[in-house]
Design a protein around this ligand. Structure first.
Ligand code: AMP
Length: 181
């Protein structure tokens, strides 16, 4: 399992999909799974930039991992976003016969992030929601990297600036360095 980390707008989804497509793996984005659920209640939470409850999000990822049982590997994007979720993941991975190969942190400057979010134009990309999501990211999500690293998992920082292809090459290199260890 490969986990993509980074603030909203860092390019997790683009890079996650590309990596999964290249290797024949499944891309699992909790944000996309929640949007696909077409639930008004969930949409309201997302529009505000709030987090969906741990119970709901863990159920979503549990189901998605079950559906991916026959796929060689999976790429997680947008999960775990809290220590509690990371804990749940570590506790439940053995049940899904998976383990975390690498956590890739996409390092991107604030300037580039705002540029990318502006181009993307997703329904929940209002100024208020972006501010809320950035705040949640710094407070709750950033500490997850330390947590996973302390559990002995490889966390690699990758320069996320530049073209999609350039960043993808860096991601692939980071992954290979980890696999060959
Ligand atoms: P994303 O597509 O990753 O930017 O996620 C969009 C929205 O889905 C977030 O702003 C949250 O409202 C919700 N969401 C996605 N992943 C999670 C998660 N792991 N925990 C809580 N809420 C989540």
């Amino acid at each position: 399992m490969v986990i993509f980390f980074g603030p909203p707008g860092a390019g997790k989804s683009v890079q996650g999909q590309l990596l999964a497509a290249r290797h024949g793996w499944r891309w699992l984005s909790t944000g996309q799974l929640l949007r696909d659920a077409k639930s008004l209640e969930l949409q309201e939470i997302m529009t505000r930039g709030d987090f969906v409850s741990d119970k709901k999000i863990n159920d979503v990822i549990d189901q998605a991992l079950s559906l991916a049982d026959s796929i060689d590997d999976v790429v997680l994007d947008g999960y775990p976003r809290k220590i509690e979720q990371a804990q749940w993941l570590l506790d439940n991975l053995p049940r899904h016969n998976r383990k975390i190969t690498i956590v890739i942190f996409l390092n991107v400057s604030n300037e580039v992030i705002f540029q990318r979010l502006r181009i993307r134009g997703r329904a929940d990309d209002s100024e208020g929601s972006i501010a809320k999501r950035s705040e949640e990211y710094s407070e709750k999500t950033e500490p997850v990297m330390e947590y996973l690293s302390a559990k002995g998992i490889d966390v690699l920082k990758v320069d996320g600036e530049g073209s999609v292809g350039t960043v993808h090459d860096r991601v692939e290199k980071a992954l290979q360095s980890c696999i060959q260890k």
